[in-house]
Design a protein around this ligand. Structure first.
Ligand SMILES: Nc1nc2c(c(=O)[nH]1)N[C@H]1C(S)=C(S)[C@@H](COP(=O)(O)O)O[C@H]1N2
Ligand SMILES: [Mo]
Length: 375
């Protein structure tokens, strides 16, 4: 009886009964989306994202790594260049740090017009416990010259973007590279890195968007200038036009997500919830800042109520939140928004940028609340 009622009232905004669409995503976007998966939002329930569910972003191909001959080269403007085996790196002092990584392009596909790239909606975020040796110790041992400006990290993966053939490379300035929390990580959730996450060694830069955490490290080089390679200066920028440089994308902006409550409609993902008290929960994070507040709305952001903050998984990892929601029958648009310790609040609409980077507008979840079954 109750089941039939629920079925009759289920009318999502998207049309789940229609099996064709004019809301076209390009084949190129679909190819990228298969290679680079996000988390199912229900995975937000885990403090540490199970390794196999961690989101993935690989620009080119997962490179073939020759395990026996793999070495990390540390050179450039250093007095004592190093060549380290994985065993040598593993025998150095180690730290294990839970870190929330988010792709800078998360939310891109919600923008209009949409930049053609990995079409993330909201799901490019995960938290893992990374184990590695602090980069600072290695840089100290290599003796970085005071002429060095940037530390350049080169991955083993090579490809072409905007007609430029290049290895995946990013740099950090010296002050950023020598922060205590920056790791050369060889383990994720207590196990060797999986191939797609950077085996045998990757950089982990807590608080920064994911592009900085270079996978499949091949070399680390101290250089006398700002690195201006493709992945550094020609993308990962906040810009509104292709001929304006804009600002570089750096640390993660405050954001929160909920585990969509109830049950989903297969195609639209609209939710079906029974009227009454239910607990809605999720995670919030803010890069290097902490999350000071999370609020919940069931009227599409017209009014907000404070959610309760729960376990903070780590200094650079997300915090749990929950809200006791009195679900009243009808169509509801749920939103959640977080505020960071600097007072930055998630916007309800995203200011448009060309590359669709650093999006943090409030998540919107459509819910159909069915009337309680008659007794
Ligand atoms: N060598 C290399 N490192 C890389 C990338 C890459 O394509 N090649 N992608 C970056 C981007 S954009 C992100 S968001 C993170 C994703 O890390 P994950 O795939 O382990 O989740 O890796 C970063 N490190
Ligand atoms: Mo990314």
């Amino acid at each position: 009886m109750a089941r039939q009622q629920a079925k009759a009232r289920f009318r999502p905004v998207g049309d789940g009964s229609k099996h064709t669409s004019e809301d076209t995503f390009l084949r190129e976007e679909m190819q990228l989306a298969f290679r680079n998966r996000g988390i199912p939002l229900e995975a937000l329930r885990y403090p540490l994202t199970p390794t196999g569910m961690h989101f993935l972003l690989t620009h080119f191909d997962v490179p073939e790594v020759m395990e026996e001959s793999w070495l990390l080269n540390v050179g450039g403007l250093v007095s004592n260049p190093l060549t380290l085996t994985l065993a040598e790196i593993k025998s150095r002092p180690s730290r294990t740090v839970p870190v929330t990584l988010e792709c800078a392009g998360n939310g891109r596909a919600l923008l209009q017009p949409r930049y053609i790239s990995q079409p993330w909606l909201t799901e490019a975020v995960s938290t893992s416990e990374w184990t590695g040796t602090p980069l600072k110790g290695i840089l100290d041992e290599a003796g970085v010259s005071d002429k060095a400006v940037d530390i350049l990290f080169t991955g083993l993966d090579q490809g072409v973007q905007s007609d430029i053939v290049h290895y995946y490379q990013r740099s950090l300035n010296l002050a950023e590279a020598t922060r205590d929390e920056v790791l050369l990580a060889y383990a994720m959730n207590g196990e060797d890195l999986q191939p797609q996450h950077g085996y045998p060694l990757r950089l982990i830069v807590p608080g920064w968007y994911g592009m900085t955490s270079v996978k499949w490290l091949d070399s680390i080089e101290a250089i006398p200038r700002h690195f201006d390679g493709y992945q550094m200066d020609q993308t990962y920028r906040y810009t509104v036009s292709a001929d304006r440089p804009g600002e570089p994308v750096t640390t993660i902006r405050v954001r929160s997500l909920m585990v969509p409550p109830g049950i989903p409609e297969f195609l639209t993902r609209t939710r079906l919830v029974k009227a009454g008290q239910i607990t809605v929960s999720g995670r919030a994070w803010a890069g290097r800042q902490s999350v000071s507040r999370v609020e919940f709305s069931d009227d599409d952001g017209m009014s907000w109520r404070d959610a309760e903050l729960g376990e903070q998984v780590g200094e650079f990892a997300w915090i749990a939140w929950s809200y006791r929601w009195d679900a009243k029958a009808g169509r509801r648009f749920l939103r959640v928004r977080a505020t960071d310790s600097d007072g930055n609040v998630q916007p309800s609409a995203q200011p448009w940028t060309l590359l669709g980077m650093g999006n943090n507008m409030t998540q919107r979840v459509e819910v159909i609340v069915s009337k309680p079954a008659p007794c």
